[in-house]
Design a binder for this molecule. Structure first.
Ligand code: GDP
Ligand code: MN
Length: 391
């Protein structure tokens, strides 16, 4: 699950990470009020959407006084913000963060992810922070410092200092930077993050002094750990979630939306994974991961089918079911019911195997539906991929 920048900053702050003072507004008037309460010489107004690159897309603006904050908030709120991460349609901005702005001396990058290979949290940091970190990562990867944290002992102060010296943080800020990195790690572990990122981590001017502060924050959480974080679960923004994934959740289906063209309906996560692999092997990409579960009803199958077909990217559908607990005739009835309800506008390949398979196949062939049957997974994958190529 993702949260907005202002929510991530709230979590980070509760773990001792230094973030700018600010508040979130849904109207220009609220934005002005927040600015008045903050009382600063410079404010930043930032679109709150679940996507990065907002600066490049015009979703981050500076203002000198509360009146200007109101004007800028008015232009950002309600806009369809297009950034390199939103796709061409952009995302509707419903909230802005109004914060005290700082004069930036230097923009650094600090991120943490779970590295499955080493089963550790990997910390990444770079002196070249700011809006172009992706370019740094791909063109000059040597500018990214990495440090692996053993989960049994946690982040050690010497590791934090190693990163800080690698980042060339000014000597008088080493203590503050250490607290900040330790705070980020604490937040990462205690909130069961899969990713936490501060970009830019900024060295800012504060009168004659300077300071180190998280100007942006991004956090992703492990969905499987959310039941023990009711406070984070409550931050879910329905508008930002994939509408098909939400609908699937309501029907008790495990569905993940992907970028390819082949819709998949499979029972069992393992079979669903290998079905996706086979589709790739035959040269196409899956449009989704979908596990209808081991004991799905006709209704669940029909719902799953509707879900897949509502995705415009889908050019063909592959149903791959192994009837163990689930019976092939139930699947067949579900397919027939669903196809009768929705307009099947793409080729459908069905591979059934297992309990009641003969009955299932007979139901399908008697239904008069225009579908392609397959024996075996390889044949099914090959047929569904060539069905999209013939389109
Ligand atoms: P992103 O583009 O979605 O990653 O949004 P960021 O929060 O990272 O903001 C993009 C850029 O806006 C930053 O790299 C900064 O250069 C600038 N920016 C963000 N906050 C401030 C601030 O408080 N003061 C100043 N001067 N610039 C800011
Ligand atoms: Mn950023």
């Amino acid at each position: 699950m993702n949260v907005h920048e202002f929510q991530a900053k709230g979590i980070l702050e509760s773990h001792g990470v230094n973030v700018p003072r600010g508040g979130v507004a849904e109207t220009p008037e609220e934005a002005e009020l927040i600015a008045q309460e903050l009382g600063s010489d410079l404010f930043v107004i930032k679109a709150q959407i679940h996507a990065g690159g907002r600066g490049k897309g015009g979703g981050v603006k500076l203002a000198k006084n509360p009146k200007e904050v109101r004007t800028q908030a008015g232009s950002i709120l309600g806009m369809q913000l297009v950034t390199p991460q939103t796709g061409t349609g952009g995302k509707l901005v419903r909230k802005v963060l109004v914060a005290e702005a700082s004069e930036i001396e230097n923009e650094l990058y600090l991120g943490m992810v779970i590295d499955r290979e080493s089963s550790c949290v990997t910390i990444m940091a770079s002196e070249e922070g700011g809006v172009d970190i992706e370019t740094v990562a791909s063109e000059t990867p040597e500018k990214i410092i990495k440090e692996s944290v053993d989960p049994a002992v946690g982040l050690q102060a010497f590791q934090a200092r190693k990163i800080i010296f690698g980042l060339n943080v000014p000597i008088d800020l080493v203590g503050a930077a250490t607290r900040l990195i330790m705070g980020l790690y604490d937040a990462f572990v205690k909130s069961d993050c899969s990713l936490a990122e501060i970009n830019p981590l900024a060295i800012v001017k504060n009168g004659d002094e300077h300071d180190i502060v998280a100007l942006d924050a991004k956090m992703n959480f492990d969905d499987n750990a959310l039941p023990r974080h009711k406070d984070i679960e409550a931050m879910r923004d329905q508008h930002e979630e994939d509408s098909r994934e939400l609908e699937a959740k309501q029907h008790g289906l495990s569905y993940i939306s992907l970028d390819g063209t082949i819709g998949c309906m499979v029972n069992g996560a393992g079979l669903a994974m290998s079905t996706m692999d086979m589709i790739k092997l035959y040269g196409a990409e899956p449009a989704n991961f979908l596990d209808v579960g081991g004991s799905a009803t006709t209704e669940a199958v029909a719902n799953a089918f509707r879900l897949i077909l509502s995705d415009e990217k889908v050019e063909a559908v592959l149903v791959n079911i192994f009837g163990g607990i689930m019976q092939c005739d139930v699947i067949a009835n579900g397919i027939i019911e669903a196809v009768n309800q929705v307009d099947l506008h793409v080729p459908l390949v069905v591979r059934l195997e297992g309990t009641n398979v003969e009955l299932g196949r007979k139901l399908l062939s008697d239904s008069g539906l225009d579908l392609i049957t397959a024996n075996g997974l390889a044949e099914a994958a090959e047929k569904v991929v060539s069905a999209t190529e013939n389109n």
